[in-house]
Design a protein around this ligand. Structure first.
Ligand SMILES: Cc1cc2nc3c(=O)[nH]c(=O)nc-3n(C[C@H](O)[C@H](O)[C@H](O)COP(=O)(O)O)c2cc1C
Length: 195
């Protein structure tokens, strides 16, 4: 079973991000995936303050939160980031969480569920080169929830039907890439051992 981690990419009080995150968790589970929600509130990382960059470090970082976060990323075969748009870019908490890790992101696919005035299209497009630098494969299809605050029912619950088709397409792409890259990573192991 493919292990997919949904990263809830905002942490502020009263955040909206929980609704898209919980929705995409259920959608991914319905596809037969082993899904875990990683809420950045549960991983209170400091702003990156290590003396050595993640790709150059020789020893694991001492901070236990970083160790827990890194272990979760290591477990995954693929990711879905929920992406808010803060000043036309991704939230700093999400970028910081990406920056803290290197190898454990590598050769894994990532999909995006954006929400905001333009469905966080600008923030998602900023994330594409960032995750590419992390040797990840960004999925072409993303879910873009345009002005989702106009789609709340009387109880404040997001009406999600209009996003089902893009979620379906995005999850199918994620599964294809997660399977392909998992197989490729498994082939890597003897090559690394022999080197
Ligand atoms: C600091 C800040 C900057 C924002 N900038 C944008 C923006 O550039 N584009 C946009 O569509 N929404 C922007 N918004 C509105 C967010 O889309 C909206 O608050 C959304 O709910 C944020 O996600 P969150 O509730 O999960 O934190 C901004 C919100 C904050 C707090």
């Amino acid at each position: 079973m493919l292990k997919i981690k949904v990263v809830l990419g905002t942490t502020r009080q009263g955040r909206f991000g929980e609704q898209p995150a919980k929705w995409i968790v259920e959608k991914a589970k319905a596809k037969g995936l082993d899904v875990e929600l990683l809420d950045l509130r549960d991983y209170p990382l400091p702003f990156f303050d290590e003396p050595v960059s993640p790709s150059m470090k020789k020893e694991p970082y001492a901070n236990p939160v970083v160790a827990q976060w890194t272990a979760k990323i290591a477990e995954a075969d693929g990711f879905i980031f929920t992406v808010a748009e803060y000043n036309h870019g991704p939230a700093a908490a999400l970028k910081n969480a990406i920056d803290y890790v290197a190898d454990e992101w590598h050769k894994k696919p990532v999909a995006f569920v954006g929400y905001g005035t333009v469905g966080a299209a600008r923030a998602v497009d900023q994330l594409r080169p960032i995750v590419t630098e992390q040797q990840m494969a960004p999925m072409r299809t993303a879910v873009h929830m345009v002005a989702p605050w106009a789609l709340l029912d009387e109880k404040g619950v997001l009406k999600t039907e209009s996003f089902d088709a893009s979620a379906e397409q995005m999850l199918d792409q994620l599964i294809w890439w997660a399977e392909a890259l998992k197989a490729a990573r498994e082939k890597d192991v003897p090559a690394i051992a022999a080197a």
